[in-house]
Design a protein around this ligand. Structure first.
Ligand code: FES
Ligand code: FES
Length: 166
Protein backbone atom coordinates (compact mmCIF):
# COMPACT_ATOMS: atom_id res chain seq x y z
CA UNK A 1 0.00 0.00 0.00
CA UNK A 2 1.18 3.50 -0.80
CA UNK A 3 1.36 5.81 2.15
CA UNK A 4 2.06 9.53 2.34
CA UNK A 5 2.37 11.48 5.56
CA UNK A 6 4.24 14.27 7.27
CA UNK A 7 7.25 12.94 9.13
CA UNK A 8 9.06 15.42 11.33
CA UNK A 9 7.96 18.31 9.13
CA UNK A 10 8.67 16.74 5.73
CA UNK A 11 6.22 14.94 3.47
CA UNK A 12 7.37 11.34 3.09
CA UNK A 13 5.96 8.39 1.23
CA UNK A 14 6.41 4.69 1.65
CA UNK A 15 5.25 1.40 0.27
CA UNK A 16 4.06 -0.79 3.14
CA UNK A 17 2.27 -4.03 3.73
CA UNK A 18 -1.14 -3.54 5.36
CA UNK A 19 0.16 -5.28 8.49
CA UNK A 20 3.25 -3.08 8.89
CA UNK A 21 3.35 -1.38 12.27
CA UNK A 22 4.20 2.31 12.46
CA UNK A 23 7.12 1.56 14.80
CA UNK A 24 8.65 -0.77 12.24
CA UNK A 25 8.12 1.68 9.39
CA UNK A 26 9.86 4.46 11.33
CA UNK A 27 12.80 2.32 12.36
CA UNK A 28 13.31 0.12 9.34
CA UNK A 29 12.37 2.28 6.37
CA UNK A 30 13.24 5.71 7.71
CA UNK A 31 16.09 4.77 10.07
CA UNK A 32 14.51 6.65 12.97
CA UNK A 33 15.81 4.30 15.62
CA UNK A 34 15.18 6.76 18.44
CA UNK A 35 11.73 5.19 18.52
CA UNK A 36 12.53 2.17 20.65
CA UNK A 37 10.68 -1.12 20.81
CA UNK A 38 10.69 -2.52 24.31
CA UNK A 39 7.82 -4.95 24.35
CA UNK A 40 5.75 -4.90 21.14
CA UNK A 41 2.65 -5.50 23.27
CA UNK A 42 1.58 -1.94 24.16
CA UNK A 43 2.95 -2.05 27.68
CA UNK A 44 6.23 -0.13 27.92
CA UNK A 45 5.66 3.10 25.97
CA UNK A 46 9.24 3.13 24.59
CA UNK A 47 7.80 3.44 21.07
CA UNK A 48 5.74 6.57 21.82
CA UNK A 49 5.58 9.14 19.03
CA UNK A 50 3.23 12.04 18.34
CA UNK A 51 0.40 11.61 15.83
CA UNK A 52 -1.04 15.03 15.05
CA UNK A 53 0.56 16.17 18.30
CA UNK A 54 -0.92 13.46 20.52
CA UNK A 55 1.15 10.65 22.06
CA UNK A 56 0.53 7.21 20.57
CA UNK A 57 2.30 3.91 20.96
CA UNK A 58 3.66 3.30 17.49
CA UNK A 59 3.86 -0.47 18.07
CA UNK A 60 0.09 -0.45 18.40
CA UNK A 61 -0.68 1.48 15.25
CA UNK A 62 -0.63 0.32 11.67
CA UNK A 63 1.60 2.39 9.46
CA UNK A 64 -1.34 3.04 7.13
CA UNK A 65 -3.13 4.80 9.98
CA UNK A 66 -0.62 7.61 9.55
CA UNK A 67 -1.87 8.31 6.02
CA UNK A 68 -2.28 12.07 5.57
CA UNK A 69 -1.37 12.80 9.17
CA UNK A 70 1.65 14.26 10.97
CA UNK A 71 4.06 12.02 12.85
CA UNK A 72 6.74 13.43 15.11
CA UNK A 73 9.50 11.24 16.50
CA UNK A 74 12.16 12.07 19.04
CA UNK A 75 14.46 12.97 16.13
CA UNK A 76 12.01 15.62 14.97
CA UNK A 77 11.40 17.26 18.32
CA UNK A 78 14.18 19.81 18.02
CA UNK A 79 14.03 19.98 14.23
CA UNK A 80 12.74 23.53 14.12
CA UNK A 81 15.18 24.82 16.74
CA UNK A 82 18.62 26.27 15.92
CA UNK A 83 21.26 23.56 15.40
CA UNK A 84 22.43 22.03 18.65
CA UNK A 85 19.46 23.22 20.71
CA UNK A 86 17.15 20.75 22.41
CA UNK A 87 13.45 20.89 23.20
CA UNK A 88 12.75 22.11 26.78
CA UNK A 89 11.54 18.62 27.72
CA UNK A 90 14.82 17.11 26.55
CA UNK A 91 16.76 19.77 28.47
CA UNK A 92 14.72 19.09 31.61
CA UNK A 93 15.30 15.34 31.43
CA UNK A 94 19.03 16.00 31.17
CA UNK A 95 19.21 18.58 33.95
CA UNK A 96 17.01 16.60 36.34
CA UNK A 97 18.92 13.33 35.78
CA UNK A 98 15.70 11.73 34.64
CA UNK A 99 17.41 8.86 32.85
CA UNK A 100 20.02 6.21 33.32
CA UNK A 101 20.22 3.71 30.45
CA UNK A 102 17.99 5.96 28.35
CA UNK A 103 16.02 3.17 26.74
CA UNK A 104 12.66 4.49 27.91
CA UNK A 105 13.64 8.13 27.46
CA UNK A 106 12.45 8.90 23.90
CA UNK A 107 9.03 7.55 24.78
CA UNK A 108 8.96 9.39 28.11
CA UNK A 109 9.94 12.64 26.40
CA UNK A 110 7.29 12.30 23.69
CA UNK A 111 4.61 11.40 26.24
CA UNK A 112 5.65 14.46 28.27
CA UNK A 113 5.41 16.76 25.25
CA UNK A 114 1.90 15.47 24.64
CA UNK A 115 0.95 15.84 28.30
CA UNK A 116 2.20 19.43 28.48
CA UNK A 117 0.33 20.31 25.31
CA UNK A 118 -2.92 19.46 27.07
CA UNK A 119 -1.89 20.32 30.63
CA UNK A 120 0.64 23.21 30.69
CA UNK A 121 0.61 23.19 34.50
CA UNK A 122 0.06 19.55 35.46
CA UNK A 123 -0.52 18.43 39.02
CA UNK A 124 1.47 15.49 40.36
CA UNK A 125 -1.55 13.28 39.75
CA UNK A 126 -1.83 14.48 36.16
CA UNK A 127 1.87 13.78 35.59
CA UNK A 128 1.42 10.28 37.02
CA UNK A 129 -1.60 9.70 34.83
CA UNK A 130 0.03 11.24 31.75
CA UNK A 131 3.03 8.94 32.01
CA UNK A 132 1.16 5.87 33.23
CA UNK A 133 1.69 4.14 29.91
CA UNK A 134 5.46 4.55 30.01
CA UNK A 135 7.65 2.24 32.06
CA UNK A 136 11.19 2.88 33.26
CA UNK A 137 13.13 -0.06 34.60
CA UNK A 138 16.07 1.78 36.08
CA UNK A 139 15.68 5.47 36.95
CA UNK A 140 12.52 5.37 38.96
CA UNK A 141 9.93 8.03 38.52
CA UNK A 142 10.86 10.76 41.00
CA UNK A 143 13.36 12.51 38.74
CA UNK A 144 11.17 11.93 35.70
CA UNK A 145 8.29 13.73 37.41
CA UNK A 146 10.73 16.47 38.45
CA UNK A 147 11.78 16.87 34.81
CA UNK A 148 8.16 17.15 33.72
CA UNK A 149 7.55 19.89 36.30
CA UNK A 150 10.69 21.74 35.20
CA UNK A 151 9.78 21.51 31.51
CA UNK A 152 6.28 22.76 32.30
CA UNK A 153 7.71 25.78 34.14
CA UNK A 154 10.13 26.59 31.34
CA UNK A 155 7.53 26.16 28.61
CA UNK A 156 5.11 28.44 30.47
CA UNK A 157 7.93 30.98 30.54
CA UNK A 158 7.85 31.27 34.31
CA UNK A 159 11.50 30.30 34.75
CA UNK A 160 14.63 29.83 32.63
CA UNK A 161 15.97 26.30 32.10
CA UNK A 162 19.13 26.71 34.22
CA UNK A 163 17.25 28.25 37.11
CA UNK A 164 14.57 25.58 37.19
CA UNK A 165 17.20 22.92 37.82
CA UNK A 166 18.53 24.69 40.92
FE1 FES B 1 5.32 -0.18 22.08
FE2 FES B 1 6.35 -1.33 24.24
S1 FES B 1 7.18 -1.27 22.23
S2 FES B 1 4.52 -0.17 24.08
FE1 FES C 1 16.59 2.94 31.76
FE2 FES C 1 14.29 4.25 31.88
S1 FES C 1 16.30 5.08 31.97
S2 FES C 1 14.60 2.20 31.40
Amino acid sequence: MKLSFDLNGTTRSADVEPRTLLAHLLREQFGLTGTHIGCDTSQCGCCTVLLDGVAVKSCSLLAVQAQGRAVTTIEGLAAKLPAGELHPVQVAFTECHALQCGFCTPGMVMATVSLLRDQPQPSDAQIEQGLAGNLCRCTGYINIAKAVRQAAQVMRGSVAAGEAAR
